[in-house]
Design a protein around this ligand. Structure first.
Ligand code: ATP
Ligand code: MG
Ligand code: MG
Ligand code: MG
Length: 339
C-alpha cells in the first residue's frame, strides 16, 4: 500500500527558499506507486497554505503570506502515515513543529523535540558535546540584553578568543547572519547583525588556518549508521550563503580524500554526537579538519539537512548504495519504528 506522506516545506526562517527547493526534489524523485505525497507550504509568516497555494509556492520558490494558522486537515493523525517536516532553521528544525506533531500523535521524520531544540542552538549543542569529550573550537555565549547593556563585556570576551573569529546567531543555518571577523574594529557590526537575528549569539575561535570541511550523514534511531565522509571545497574565505547556494562556487568530494583513520574518527564522533544529542532518523554532522596539525573539531549537527537530490546528505548515502527513493523510504520507516 502507498505511504501517505505530508511534506511540510517553507517556513518562517531565513532558509525558507532552501526548504522549498528540497521539497521540489522530494516530490520529483519519489516513486508514485509507493508514496502519495501531499505538500503543505508554510509561508514566511508561519501560515499553512492550502493545496493550490502550496503548489503555486513550490513553483515560484517562495510564499510570503496567506494561509491559515494551521491547516486543520493537515495536523490530523488520521490523514497521513508520516509527516516529513522538511523545514530548516527556527520554527521548523528547532523542536517547535516537532512538538506540535508529537501532541497531534502523528509520526514524523527526524529528531524529536529535545534533539531538534538542542542541535538548533549551537551553544546548547556545544555544552552537551563538551560533556562527552567531543573536540570543538573554543567559544563564548553572548545574549541580546547583555549586548544592549554591557557591550564592552561582550567585546572583551570575543577579543579573548583571538582574531579572526566567527560571530554566529546561535539558532540559524545556511550561514545566515554569520561573520568572519578579522579585527576588533569589525566586531560591533558583526554582533549587531547576529543580534538582529537571534537573542543568543555564539562567538567562536577560528581553527588555526582555513580548515578542510568534512561532513558525514547519520541514519537510524537507536543503532544509527554513519555514511562515507564527504568534503566540501570552495575558494571563498568561508562557506557562506552565496558559496552554499551559487552553482559552481563549491564542489562536493565523496569519499573525502583524507587518511583512513581520520574518516573513521569522523564517523565515530558523528555517531557519538547523534546519540548524546538524542537525535533520531537523520542528521548531517559537520567537521573542521586542520590538515597540517591533524586537528579535528566537530562544528555542528544539522537535524534537517539540505535535501535536494544534489545536496550533501542524499549524496553521502548514494555513495553508500542508497538511492534517493530508498533513503526517503527508510526515513519513513524509521519515523514509525517502535523505540
Ligand atoms: P548549515 O547551513 O550547515 O546549517 P550554519 O549556518 O549552521 O550552516 P556553520 O556551519 O556553523 O553555519 O558555519 C558556516 C561556515 O562558516 C562553516 O561551514 C565554515 O566555512 C565557517 N566557519 C564557521 N565556524 C568556523 C570556525 N570556528 N573556524 C573556521 N571556519 C568556521
Ligand atoms: Mg547548521
Ligand atoms: Mg542547517
Ligand atoms: Mg554548517
Amino acid at each position: 500500500v502507498k505511504k501517505r506522506i505530508l511534506l511540510l516545506a517553507g517556513g518562517q526562517s531565513g532558509e525558507h527558499e532552501v526548504s522549498l527547493s528540497s521539497a521540489r526534489s522530494v516530490l520529483g524523485a519519489l516513486p508514485q506507486d509507493r508514496f502519495s505525497v501531499t505538500p503543505v507550504v508554510i509561508s514566511k509568516q508561519g501560515r499553512w497554505l492550502p493545496a493550490s497555494a502550496s503548489q503555486q509556492a513550490l513553483e515560484s520558490g517562495a510564499a510570503e503570506e496567506g494561509g491559515e494558522l494551521m491547516l486543520h486537515e493537515a495536523a490530523r493523525a488520521e490523514g497521513y502515515d508520516v509527516v516529513f517536516p522538511l523545514l530548516h532553521g527556527p520554527m521548523g528544525e528547532d523542536g517547535t513543529v516537532q512538538g506540535l506533531l508529537t501532541l497531534a500523535g502523528i509520526p514524523f521524520v527526524g529528531s524529536g523535540v529535545l534533539g531538534s531544540a538542542v542541535c538548533m542552538d549551537k551553544i546548547m549543542a556545544k555544552a552537551v558535546l563538551a560533556s562527552c569529550g567531543v573536540p570543538q573550537v573554543a567559544y563564548q555565549l553572548a545574549t541580546r540584553p547583555e549586548w544592549r547593556e554591557e557591550p564592552q563585556r561582550v567585546i572583551e570576551r570575543a577579543t579573548a578568543l583571538g582574531f579572526p573569529l566567527f560571530v554566529k546567531p546561535a539558532n540559524l543555518g545556511s550561514s545566515v547572519g554569520i561573520s568572519k571577523v578579522r579585527a576588533a574594529g569589525d566586531l560591533s557590526s558583526a554582533l549587531d547583525l547576529a543580534f538582529s537575528l537571534d537573542r543568543r549569539v555564539i562567538l567562536e575561535a577560528m581553527t588555526r588556518g582555513k580548515p578542510r570541511e568534512l561532513e558525514v550523514g547519520v541514519l537510524g534511531n537507536d543503532t544509527p549508521l554513519a555514511s562515507p565522509v564527504g568534503e566540501l571545497r570552495f575558494d571563498a574565505e568561508f562557506y557562506d550563503y552565496h558559496t552554499k547556494y551559487t552553482e559552481g562556487e563549491a564542489s562536493m568530494h565523496i569519499p573525502a580524500d583524507v587518511p583512513r583513520e581520520v574518516a573513521a574518527r569522523v564517523r565515530e564522533l558523528a555517531i557519538t554526537a547523534f546519540q548524546a544529542l538524542d537525535c533520531a532518523g537523520l542528521a548531517r554532522v559537520d567537521f573542521f579538519y586542520v590538515e597540517e596539525s591533524g586537528e579535528l573539531y566537530l562544528n555542528e549537527v544539522n537535524t534537517m539537512p539540505g535535501f535536494t537530490t544534489t545536496s550533501m546528505y542524499p549524496k553521502l548515502w548514494e555513495a553508500a548504495g542508497w538511492s534517493y527513493a530508498d533513503l526517503v523510504t527508510r526515513l519513513v520507516e524509521l519515523a514509525t519504528e517502535e523505540r
